[in-house]
Design a protein around this ligand. Structure first.
Ligand code: FE2
Length: 274
């Protein structure tokens, strides 16, 4: 199974880059499943239903979220209608939506998608380790699902690495999101779980984490907000992780960062013949 995960879409630049690139990527690499984090896709804050529909139409099989999941208030309602949209599993009980979803690819494979949020330098949600452990116990690899992807939306690389090893051999892929800066540690862990601390973002890299550079500099200098953070609207790039999954074991045999576009070090999965 060929899986592609794309990192946090930031604003219009990120949306355009993904909508333009995705159909071609699906064809070029004969992708079986595509999952995208879109928690910053609506003006940098949250997601709307029409953006979700555009992403699904362009070839996303599932969309994940994070700390900005409900910044657009309409998400509290429409999230209940879409079983391909996932918010962090460790929100308080009773939060609208779902923390995991089992989707079926066109080829008939079942893929479990789990979204969770870290707790270091972030809101104090429930324990993500125990929440993910319960999920993996209820739906084991090659019993309940042919592949399992975990999007761990977290700030600290220590928490992300620990989670990677915690589920190594029980999940196909752990992708880190949220920092918007790609890390250079994409690899398959000893137990067979593909891992990267952060895939990076889809958006304008001539920016501060996808936002116009002016206001972040102002806030560091003066501590006085002058305007709200606005997504940077230059040409967008695409960043993600490509994973080859063994159909027999559900574990990863190879993974590589995939990065394309301006102001970003390019990366191509060389284990997939075009
Ligand atoms: Fe985030």
């Amino acid at each position: 199974m060929r899986l592609l995960f794309l990192g946090d879409i930031v604003g219009r630049s990120g949306r355009q880059a993904v909508l333009e690139a995705l159909p071609g990527l699906r064809r070029r690499y004969a992708l079986d499943v595509v999952i995208i984090n879109a928690e910053n896709s609506a003006g940098g804050f949250g997601i709307t239903e029409s953006i979700l529909m555009d992403l699904l139409e362009a070839g996303a099989d599932a969309v994940t979220l994070g700390n900005h999941a409900f910044d657009q208030k309409e998400a509290l309602v429409f999230i209940e209608r879409h079983d391909r949209l996932v918010r962090p599993i460790n929100y308080p009980a009773g939060t609208p939506g779902r923390g995991s979803t089992l989707i079926q690819t066109k080829g008939g494979a079942d893929v479990l998608v789990i979204n969770a949020m870290g707790r270091i330098f972030m809101a104090e949600l429930d324990d993500p380790f125990r929440a993910i452990d319960a999920e993996l116990t209820a739906c084991r690899l090659k019993q309940g699902a042919d592949a399992i992807l975990i999007d761990f939306h977290a700030e600290a690389t220590s928490e992300k690495q620990a989670l990677g090893y915690f589920v190594d051999g029980r999940a196909s892929v752990v992708v880190g999101t949220h920092t918007h800066v790609p890390t250079a540690d994409d690899r398959v862990l000893p137990g067979g779980t593909a891992y990267i601390s952060d895939v990076g973002m889809c958006g304008d890299y001539n920016s501060v984490l996808g936002m116009d550079i002016e206001e972040p500099i102002n806030r560091f200098l003066t501590k006085i907000p002058r305007q709200r953070f606005e997504p940077s609207h230059g040409p967008g790039s695409v960043a993600g992780l490509a994973v080859e999954i063994d159909d027999k074991t559900g574990l990863a045999t190879a993974c590589s960062a995939l990065r394309m576009g301006p102001n970003l070090e390019p990366a191509t999965p060389d284990f997939w013949a075009e």
